[in-house]
Design a protein around this ligand. Structure first.
Ligand code: FES
Length: 101
Protein backbone atom coordinates (compact mmCIF):
# COMPACT_ATOMS: atom_id res chain seq x y z
CA UNK A 1 0.00 0.00 0.00
CA UNK A 2 1.41 3.43 -0.87
CA UNK A 3 2.43 5.71 1.98
CA UNK A 4 0.90 9.19 2.18
CA UNK A 5 2.99 12.30 2.84
CA UNK A 6 1.95 15.87 3.52
CA UNK A 7 2.40 18.24 0.58
CA UNK A 8 4.99 21.02 0.83
CA UNK A 9 3.93 24.52 1.72
CA UNK A 10 4.89 25.50 -1.82
CA UNK A 11 6.23 23.59 -4.79
CA UNK A 12 8.05 25.48 -7.54
CA UNK A 13 8.44 24.02 -11.01
CA UNK A 14 11.17 25.60 -13.14
CA UNK A 15 11.38 25.07 -16.88
CA UNK A 16 14.85 24.41 -18.23
CA UNK A 17 13.68 22.93 -21.51
CA UNK A 18 16.06 23.34 -24.44
CA UNK A 19 15.15 23.31 -28.13
CA UNK A 20 17.24 23.90 -31.24
CA UNK A 21 17.72 27.61 -31.96
CA UNK A 22 15.85 27.12 -35.23
CA UNK A 23 12.73 25.70 -33.54
CA UNK A 24 9.63 27.78 -34.36
CA UNK A 25 8.74 27.82 -30.64
CA UNK A 26 12.11 29.34 -29.80
CA UNK A 27 15.12 27.89 -27.99
CA UNK A 28 13.25 27.27 -24.73
CA UNK A 29 14.13 28.39 -21.21
CA UNK A 30 17.31 26.28 -21.26
CA UNK A 31 20.26 27.84 -19.45
CA UNK A 32 18.08 30.64 -18.05
CA UNK A 33 16.00 27.99 -16.33
CA UNK A 34 19.10 26.19 -15.08
CA UNK A 35 20.43 29.42 -13.53
CA UNK A 36 17.06 30.26 -11.94
CA UNK A 37 16.78 26.70 -10.60
CA UNK A 38 20.22 27.04 -8.97
CA UNK A 39 19.24 30.36 -7.37
CA UNK A 40 15.99 28.91 -6.03
CA UNK A 41 17.83 25.96 -4.50
CA UNK A 42 20.35 28.35 -2.90
CA UNK A 43 17.58 30.48 -1.41
CA UNK A 44 15.74 27.46 -0.04
CA UNK A 45 18.97 26.11 1.44
CA UNK A 46 19.83 29.49 2.99
CA UNK A 47 16.40 29.54 4.63
CA UNK A 48 16.72 25.86 5.60
CA UNK A 49 13.26 25.40 4.12
CA UNK A 50 13.95 22.03 2.48
CA UNK A 51 10.80 20.43 3.83
CA UNK A 52 8.41 23.26 3.11
CA UNK A 53 9.59 24.61 -0.26
CA UNK A 54 10.28 22.10 -3.00
CA UNK A 55 11.97 23.05 -6.25
CA UNK A 56 11.76 20.84 -9.32
CA UNK A 57 13.22 21.27 -12.82
CA UNK A 58 10.79 20.54 -15.61
CA UNK A 59 10.46 20.51 -19.36
CA UNK A 60 8.26 23.01 -21.18
CA UNK A 61 5.44 24.51 -19.12
CA UNK A 62 3.69 25.83 -22.22
CA UNK A 63 4.65 29.50 -21.96
CA UNK A 64 7.94 29.94 -23.73
CA UNK A 65 9.41 33.38 -22.99
CA UNK A 66 11.98 35.08 -25.18
CA UNK A 67 13.94 36.01 -22.04
CA UNK A 68 14.37 34.33 -18.67
CA UNK A 69 12.37 31.23 -17.89
CA UNK A 70 8.94 30.09 -16.76
CA UNK A 71 8.08 29.08 -13.19
CA UNK A 72 4.84 27.57 -11.94
CA UNK A 73 4.17 27.25 -8.24
CA UNK A 74 1.38 26.26 -5.92
CA UNK A 75 1.07 24.82 -2.48
CA UNK A 76 -0.98 24.01 0.53
CA UNK A 77 -1.48 27.61 1.65
CA UNK A 78 -0.33 29.90 -1.16
CA UNK A 79 -2.10 31.23 -4.22
CA UNK A 80 -0.65 29.40 -7.21
CA UNK A 81 0.59 31.25 -10.25
CA UNK A 82 2.64 30.92 -13.41
CA UNK A 83 5.37 33.49 -14.05
CA UNK A 84 7.36 33.94 -17.25
CA UNK A 85 10.47 35.97 -18.07
CA UNK A 86 11.82 35.12 -14.62
CA UNK A 87 15.47 35.97 -13.98
CA UNK A 88 17.69 35.28 -10.98
CA UNK A 89 16.68 38.44 -9.10
CA UNK A 90 12.98 37.72 -9.58
CA UNK A 91 13.54 34.15 -8.37
CA UNK A 92 15.25 35.36 -5.16
CA UNK A 93 12.43 37.80 -4.48
CA UNK A 94 9.83 35.11 -5.15
CA UNK A 95 11.29 32.67 -2.61
CA UNK A 96 11.57 35.40 0.00
CA UNK A 97 7.97 36.45 -0.60
CA UNK A 98 6.73 32.88 -0.38
CA UNK A 99 8.69 32.25 2.82
CA UNK A 100 7.40 35.40 4.47
CA UNK A 101 3.76 34.75 3.63
S1 FES B 1 10.45 26.11 -23.01
FE1 FES B 1 10.17 26.89 -20.99
S2 FES B 1 8.05 27.21 -20.86
FE2 FES B 1 8.32 26.40 -22.84
Amino acid sequence: MPRRHPPPRVHLFVCSNTRPATDPLGPGCGENGARVFAVLKEEVAAARAYNTVWVTRTRCLGICPKEGCTIAHWGSNVQGEILSEVDEDTARALVRRLLSG
